[in-house]
Design a protein around this ligand. Structure first.
Ligand SMILES: NC(=O)c1ccc[n+]([C@@H]2O[C@H](COP(=O)([O-])OP(=O)(O)OC[C@H]3O[C@@H](n4cnc5c(N)ncnc54)[C@H](O)[C@@H]3O)[C@@H](O)[C@H]2O)c1
Length: 1621
């Protein structure tokens, strides 16, 4: 039997194929089987929908099929796939196709798509191509699918590169819309679909829109109350709500069907359905999948409506209606909706980005963007999308506005302002409480009235509808009957203060709802609302017997109000805070159980005009309030209100807002032009109407006011006069406007001191913000001084040109602050009004009116995209590597020591300002101060600073006294310089400074404790310097450097750097990096080789430092996990944590002492798997800035932080790099999703290195990652990309990742992330999978049987886990064996030693410049060049020598003045080259055979080499050498003049000390070194043995072959062991 079913049919493309109704399953089965005969019906659905509805379909189809003749009876199959967008993929399509093929489906198959848009699009596309196209039927189950995706025949799947990119037009045979499916649909999905419904009505049908506007509650009830017994299947069983729902759906579908029929392939008209989609899609691209399509389109519709409004073709009334309507369906309407702002991805919603995404839109023609522009509700501006400039879109999207100063082009201006907020709110309440229908005209469409209307609807107090295209609001009053909303439903008032005050008393009138369990009405608001006072009103109502509870803070919202009615009688109210309390009780009083006598207590009553306004309006609605008088006829603050009901007048015309009118009038005043405001005059109900007469006139304007109009003409620009005292008690809201005018009131006739004293406005402290404070703070930004008074403020005006420009005004989300400062902005250049949307409260289209009606241009400013250009507190903007470096610091901080070392490292001259001072003034600093005093000294010192900066702008190290920061002038010069070049603060522990100063006398004593001086100067140092060099010498480093002076032999022969040499290393790293001479970046990262960093996960890194070399074996950088650091007092803290900056700086400094590897500075947030609080952006960026100040090379910044902050940081990064990172711990992130691509794009845009970390749940996740990485790599100029999957399943990705793979080490206590591997493990794995082939290395020479090199290199290879082997190849000559070795494909490199260093050269393809200069090769490296392999010859001998000199030179010698080389063989050539490179000015050369010595002199024409005839006697009486290098065999030397060998006299060792190197390997202690040790000398001579040089050059060789630092400690230990054995 066919079940009786009523369906509405809609025709599309000439066929009535859309059938709509309720509970259609039997109807569907019957229709399909009878009209689409087939051998096989296949229903495809997703698991969600299937769980609710599949069985019903199965049984219905089975039943219907069973009635068919048995022979050739059709099959019914079903296939269920996972829900969600990811199914709409190539894989998803393939799985369905495979199912169909497996079940031998043929061309006659009919496919049924049961589900949302995902199922519809996917299954439709399968049907379009399966067997070249089969018939299919759409059975949409989401509202979106019903009204949109199922209609029109568009089918598609997504690809990783974008949504819906592959598809076809394929029309279904039927579309069955069964609205009862919506009963199981989640509410959010319903709202999602409503966005499309509202959109369609908005472009096409105003009646439909009006129905949607007013019927949201019924529509929700239709889907929320389950229909029993198939109610709705027939018309007779259909509820009113069901009828409404169906009519809305059918209406929407009909529009779409019509458009599709007219324009099936989407050429013109069909574009109209894209209203809201141009911007909406861009938003969706950023926020998907967190926000749904309809939600993004909802925001897009409002923004596009605003575009239309700003073009002047669409009115605010329309924007307001659209906003309210979307809100009624729980849809977001702005990008500041909390559902959006709480998403990390919302940070990526910058104007630039959105515009960029919009570039790619099907509607665009070329670069021109197109938007569907509304003309009015129900009609578009053109019958197609309209061209819109980027400038307009940017303006609308921007969160801030910049007003361009000028004379209003529309002068004389004539305009009306929006309806009064006070009157709108009052009249809404009066009409709602009244009986009968009232038509309201000129109602303000604002947040406040919106909130008031929604609340009254929630309370079932009235119903609202619109006429005249929304110009008129029809209120059907409820006569005072109000009901408690259902339990759980709170009345949300945002920050609408008036609504909150009024509704508090209204809620006391509420009666319990018969059909609800709710016991009380709850009203609540946003965070600011929850701070605004309501106490006095609640106290008065409670005293009258109403039960009201504070649900959070005492005295503020949220409130819970019992529905017991208002008792009435005598009510006492303190009325000195807000007149709105008074109005609230007055307005509700007629509905109290007894007539009310309201007595205002507490002395002064605030804002009497507003009370008078309320009373006047109540009179219009038929209620007479009597204000009582005393015996003398004096008015009392006592009011009597009768018990009655309001009688609604037929119509009410709302006066324009007088507070709003103050802004255009003030613009006329400040710009010297004329403005007329219609609809506000002397008869106005509003106090602020007096502003023109009582304030502007007194400031020198000409004011003409009629009963209904006000005209103001300002004096010529700059001539406003300061009026002195003004009482603004009657017009408190207008005080902000008066204040900005007062700021520039200095014209003739001004009160002396240009003062304007505004009083009577104490209540303004508790408005949207503390407005008095707000004005004081924001005016100060313009350089305006003010003074706060008890009940107001004083403002001291300045001439306009003296005001500061380019001010960014914070608006506190307060409309009046924003509008008042836009008045000032009309004469002060560059003013930015942050949070421009706050004007929506009372004048939503203020910015449009400012531009279109007044004629002052407004531009959009994207604060997220602007980079502050102020002096950088860290890093430097400059990239000029030649800019001189200024160093400064406290006396005793070591700035001369560090400065001179820096000078030597950069090979720049060093200038000490003290010395310069003494030379210039012919007197020392101490005497100067003694004679002329401190003030004169500071002045002279500042002059010297200026002189130095001008005279030596580049190529110098300028060291300054610490006191330089004491004078503001000097600080300004330093800050200015910091914009161009490095200004380095040398920091040392204050205790050490004190200790040091005890010994030093060259400078005048401070005359106060050093610690006090330090504390005073510290902030100045921070302010003036862009870098900080930490020269910690004491406590912290003692533990690390404790063994610094241990002799070499006692450490297994290994050389241990002294403190000086580690400082020297750090100085050269730091200054090399910050100047850009030698940025300390990881070369393997840029070179696209494999690179690694070690994650240090310690709470304190110092205990790990003795092992740092082992820990960092093989890696390219160390990562300091700052979020895991814990200062000693917080060691136990497991929660999210912000380490103190000083502690972080110490940790970096300590690490620096022990490793010169670049540091990666990471503060991982909790949500991304770390321990840094997610919400403390400020603290995070303070730390990042600190890192840049400390010269840290890489800073890891999560892209969830705000783009503005990241850009600011990046602007200061100098030579450091920013790693922009994103970590997803959930395991939900799919590497082939658009989400990841978006993350990559924003990270790549903001950073130098991109890091994206996901989580693998299976091996395949790593392939997806690899595929994504390959795609990104293939782009032009790709950035280094760290792509990792966490988890054990993700280990594969750690092996394959090539840039900066984070690694751990067996000695590190905890891994930074699950699945992390060690460097050695990764090398092993790479080898096993064929990514790291075996290589052979050799040493060529003879005799070499005892060479240390195999031990050296093989130990290193082993420590790094490299599959390499180093062998001895001893041959008589450079012959076939060597040729064969170097030609073999697994040749990794070779060391070349005596006697082949020259003979090898003909076999090589290229030489390094060093090898060329020295004329010898000791290292062969196979290299790839232009696709083929070449052999490259280098020389590391000189590097070994240089390193030994650099690190072993005593600290007393900053730069050697002379050096001696003994011997003139091949090694001497390397020695000369090393000394030359170190910049040693004089090189003495001694050799027994003078001719070979002369040959060397000739070979190095640029080196200053002087021949020595007798050791100990230096040519031209030159300085004694502080570096001595012997290259002759030890056996050939002697310390005894009577023996054969070369005599070495002890006089070669000067008393100043130095470094002596003997290149001979055996014995360890050669005669030369023995002599050095035994010669008494004032300062120390450090000895370097031949093996040490061998080691140093071997380390370089190792680096050249492997690209990795050699693990020196283990290597040297093994070599010494072998040597000593
Ligand atoms: N072809 C077109 O013209 C067109 C137009 C608009 C959107 N689309 C596409 O539509 C897709 C989005 O469609 P959607 O919003 O329907 O999403 P959807 O298909 O993913 O459905 C949303 C969720 O609701 C569940 N669901 C569906 N019906 C249900 C029901 N009755 N009861 C309980 N749960 C139910 C689904 O399982 C899913 O989890 C997108 O892929 C979009 O590109 C296509």
């Amino acid at each position: 039997m066919v079940v009786a079913t009523d369906v509405d049919k809609v025709s599309i493309l000439g066929k009535e194929s859309i059938h709509c109704g309720f509970h259609l399953i039997p109807y569907i089965a019957n229709t399909v089987i009878t009209t689409l005969p087939s051998s096989t019906y296949v229903l495809i659905t997703d698991t969600n929908v299937g769980s609710f509805h599949l069985s019903a379909f199965e049984s219905e189809f089975d039943q219907t099929v069973s009635k068919l003749p048995e022979k050739g009876r059709s099959r019914f199959l079903s296939f269920v796939i996972p829900p969600g967008e990811t199914s709409k993929s190539r894989e998803g399509k393939a799985s369905i196709e495979d199912f169909l093929l497996l079940h031998r489906c043929t061309r006659d198959t009919v496919i049924l798509a049961l589900g949302g848009g995902v199922i519809g699009d996917l299954v439709g596309f399968v049907a379009a191509t399966f067997m070249r196209g089969v018939r299919f039927v759409q059975i949409p189950t989401t509202l979106l699918a019903m009204v949109d995706s199922s209609v029109g025949g568009k089918t598609a799947i997504d690809t990783p590169l974008g949504k819906n990119l592959i598809g076809a037009f394929w029309q279904p045979e039927y579309i069955f819309i069964d609205a009862s499916f919506l009963e199981t649909l989640p509410a959010r999905e319903f709202s999602n679909g409503m966005a499309e419904v509202v959109k369609t009505a908005a472009i096409w049908n105003e009646d439909e829109f009006t129905a949607l506007e007013s019927r949201s509650a019924s529509l929700f009830s239709a889907i929320q109350t389950p229909s029993t017994n198939f109610a709705g299947r027939t018309k007779t069983t259909r509820s009113a709500a069901q009828k409404l729902l169906l009519s809305i759906i059918v209406g929407s579908i009909s529009v779409k069907a019509h458009i599709v029929t007219v324009d099936e392939r989407e050429t013109g008209l069909r574009n109209l359905v894209n209203f809201g989609h141009t911007i909406g899609h861009a938003i969706e691209a950023v926020l998907t999948p967190s926000m749904l399509h309809g939600e993004c389109v909802s925001v897009g519709m409002i923004l596009e409506a605003e575009v239309a409004r700003s073009m002047g073709v669409f009115g605010q009334v329309g924007v307001g209606r659209l906003t309210r309507c979307l809100k009624a369906y729980n849809l977001p309407v702005s990008l500041t909706d909390p559902r959006i702002t709480t998403l990390p991805a919302s940070k990526l919603l910058t104007v630039e980005r959105l515009l960029d995404i919009m570039k790619v839109d099907k509607k665009n023609s070329g670069t021109q963007k197109k938007i569907v522009i509304l003309n009015r509700i129900g009609k578009t501006y053109e019958e197609k999308a309209t061209n819109v400039s980027d400038e307009i879109i940017a303006k609308i999207l921007s969160d801030a506005a910049r007003v361009v100063p000028g004379i209003p082009t529309k002068n004389p201006v004539r305009m009306a302002t929006p309806g009064s907020k006070s009157i709108s709110n009052r009249v809404l309440l009066l009409a709602a409480l009244g009986s009968g229908t009232c038509r309201l005209k000129n109602l303000l469409h604002s947040d406040d009235t919106q909130v008031m209307m929604s609340a009254l609807m929630d309370l079932k107090g009235a119903s609202f509808s619109w006429e005249d295209g929304g110009e008129t609001l029809v209120v059907k009053g409820g006569g005072g009957s109000l009901f408690v909303p259902p339990s759980g439903k709170e009345i949300y008032l945002g920050n609408a203060g008036t609504a909150a005050r009024f509704l508090t008393t209204v809620c006391t009138l509420v009666q319990p709802s018969a059909d609800s369990s709710a016991k009380a009405t709850v009203i609540t608001g946003n965070a600011r609302m929850k701070q605004r006072p309501i106490g006095p009103l609640v106290t008065a109502l409670r005293a009258n017997g109403t039960v009201i509870d504070y649900l959070e803070g005492e005295g503020c919202l949220p409130l819970s109000i019992a529905p017991d009615g208002l008792k009435g009688g005598r009510i006492q109210l303190a009325a000195s805070v807000s007149s709105q309390y008074v109005s609230s009780i007055l307005l509700c009083a007629p509905y109290a159980a007894e007539p009310v006598t309201l007595e205002l207590t507490g002395g002064q009553v605030i804002s009497q005009p507003y009370i008078d306004m309320t009373i006047a309006m109540m009179r219009t609605f038929g209620v007479e309030v009597v204000r009582e008088k005393d015996a003398d006829g004096k008015l009392l603050d006592v009011y009597s209100i009768p018990k009655t009901t309001y009688k609604n007048p037929e119509a009410y015309n709302i006066e324009s807002d007088a507070s709003s009118a103050t802004y255009p009038l003030a613009i006329a005043a400040i710009t010297g032009t004329t403005c007329t405001i219609e609809n506000i005059g002397s008869e106005s109900l509003q106090g602020d109407a007096r502003f023109a007469k009582e304030v502007l006139e007194r400031m020198g304007c000409v004011v003409v006011q009629t009963a209904t109009e006000t005209t103001v003409t300002g004096p010529p620009k700059g001539q406003l006069k300061a009026p002195g005292y003004i009482d603004m008690e009657p017009m408190t809201d207008a005080f902000l406007t008066a204040s900005v005018l007062a700021a520039v009131s200095t014209g003739p006739g001004s009160v002396e001191g240009n003062v304007t004293r505004i009083q009577g406005i104490a209540n303004q402290r508790v408005k949207e913000c503390n407005r008095i404070q707000a004005m004081i703070d924001q005016l100060a930004k313009f350089g305006i001084e003010t003074k706060e008074l008890d009940d107001g403020l004083e403002i001291y005006g300045k001439p306009i040109p003296e005001l500061k420009e380019n001010v960014s005004v914070h608006c506190y989300d307060d409309h009046r602050v924003a509008m008042a400062f836009s008045v000032l902005a009309s004469v002060v250049r560059g003013t930015i009004l942050e949070e421009k949307r706050c004007v929506e409260k009372t004048w939503p289209n203020w910015w449009d009116d400012l531009e279109n009606k007044i004629g002052i241009k407004v531009e959009g400013v994207d604060l997220a995209g602007t980079v502050e250009s102020t002096a950088s507190p860290s890093g430097t903007v400059s990239k000029d590597p030649s800019a001189s470096v200024v160093v400064l610091g406290m006396r005793g901080s070591g700035k001369s020591f560090i400065g001179e070392m820096a000078a030597s490292a950069l090979a720049w001259p060093f200038i000490d300002a003290d010395v310069y001072f003494a030379e210039k003034h012919q007197t020392g600093v101490r005497e100067f101060v003694h004679k002329h005093g401190w003030t004169a000294f500071r002045a002279a010192e500042t002059e010297i600073l200026k002189e130095l900066l001008v005279t030596y702008p580049s190529g110098h190290i300028l060291s300054l006294g610490g006191g330089i920061v004491e004078t503001p002038e000097a600080r300004e010069h330093l800050k200015e310089y910091a914009k161009k070049g490095p200004v380095v603060h040398i920091v040392r522990e204050i205790d050490e400074v004190v200790k040091y100063l005890g010994e030093e006398t060259a400078r005048p004593a401070y005359g106060e404790p050093v610690t006090d001086v330090f504390r005073r100067r510290e902030p100045w140092f921070t302010e003036c310097c862009n870098y900080e060099f930490v020269n910690y010498t004491g406590v912290l480093t003692a533990s690390i450097n404790g063994y610094a002076s241990t002799p070499v032999e006692q450490n297994g022969g290994d050389y241990i750097p002294s403190r000086t040499s580690s400082v020297r290393g750090e100085v050269s790293r730091f200054f090399g990096h910050i100047t850009g001479h030698k940025p300390n970046l990881a070369p393997n990262l840029a070179a696209d080789k494999r690179s690694y960093f070690l994650s240090l996960t310690y709470p304190d890194v110092t205990p790990a430092l003795p092992y740092i070399e082992e820990l960092t074996t093989g890696v390219d950088a160390v990562e300091l996990r700052v979020d895991l650091l814990r200062s000693p007092k917080d060691v136990g803290s497991l929660n999210s944590y912000i380490p103190p900056a000083a502690y972080v700086a110490e940790q970096v400094a300590a690490l620096r002492k022990k490793t010169s590897l670049p540091i990666v500075f990471t503060a991982r947030t909790v949500s991304q798997g770390g321990s840094f609080p997610d919400t403390d952006e400020k603290a995070a960026f303070e730390l990042f800035n600190l890192a840049l100040r400390l010269g840290v090379e890489y800073v890891d910044v999560e892209i969830s932080w705000s783009e503005k902050q990241i850009k600011n940081l990046s602007a200061r990064k100098g030579n450091s790099q920013i790693i922009t990172s994103w970590h997803d711990w959930s395991g939900k992130m799919k590497w082939n999703s658009i989400e990841v691509k978006d993350k990559y794009d924003s990270a790549a845009r903001l950073g130098d290195v991109v890091k994206i970390v996901g989580k693998a749940t299976c091996l395949e996740d790593n392939f997806a990652l690899y595929e994504f990485v390959s795609r990104m790599r293939a782009r032009p100029n790709p950035k280094p990309f760290i792509a990792i999957n966490m988890g054990i399943e993700g280990q594969m990705s750690r092996i394959l990742n090539s840039s900066f793979s984070p690694v751990t080490h067996p000695l590190v206590p905890s891994r930074a992330a699950p699945g992390q591997l060690s460097f050695v493990q990764i090398q092993t794995a790479l080898h096993l999978i064929g990514q790291l082939p075996t290589r052979r290395f050799f040493i060529f020479g003879h005799p070499i049987a005892h060479s240390m090199s195999p031990t050296l290199h093989n130990t290193g290879f082993e420590a790094l886990g490299l599959p390499y082997k180093y062998e001895v190849l001893e041959t008589a000559d450079v012959g076939e064996e060597i040729k064969f070795a170097i030609a073999s494909p697994d040749f990794g490199g070779a060391s070349v030693t005596i006697p082949f260093k020259l003979d090898i050269i003909p076999l090589l393809d290229a030489l390094s410049p060093e090898a060329e200069a020295i004329g010898a090769v000791n290292t062969v490296i196979p290299r790839a060049r232009n696709g083929s392999h070449i052999l490259y010859g280098d020389n590391t001998d000189w590097l070994g020598i240089r390193e030994c000199i650099r690190t072993r030179l005593p600290s007393s010698i900053l730069k050697p003045e002379a050096a001696l080389i003994i011997g003139a063989g091949g090694t001497s050539r390397a020695a000369i080259y090393a000394l030359q490179n170190l910049g040693v000015p004089r090189i003495y050369l001694f050799n027994r055979t003078r001719s070979s010595a002369q040959a060397l002199v000739d070979a190095f024409p640029n080196a200053h080499i002087e021949l020595v005839d007798e050791l100990g006697k230096w040519p031209d009486n030159g300085p004694a050498p502080s570096v001595i290098i012997s290259t002759v065999p030890a056996s050939a030397t002697s310390t005894d003049s009577s023996t054969e060998g070369l005599y070495l006299p002890s006089t070669i060792f000067a008393p100043e000390g130095g470094v002596v190197i003997d290149m001979a390997y055996k014995p360890a202690m050669t005669p030369l070194l023995t002599l050095a040790a035994s010669t008494p000398s004032r300062k120390k001579w450090n000895s370097v043995k031949g093996v040490e040089v061998l080691l140093e050059q071997g380390y370089r060789q190792f680096e050249l072959w492997t690209g990795r630092q050699c693990p020196k400690k283990v290597v040297s230990q093994k070599v010494w062991e072998k040597y000593n054995a």
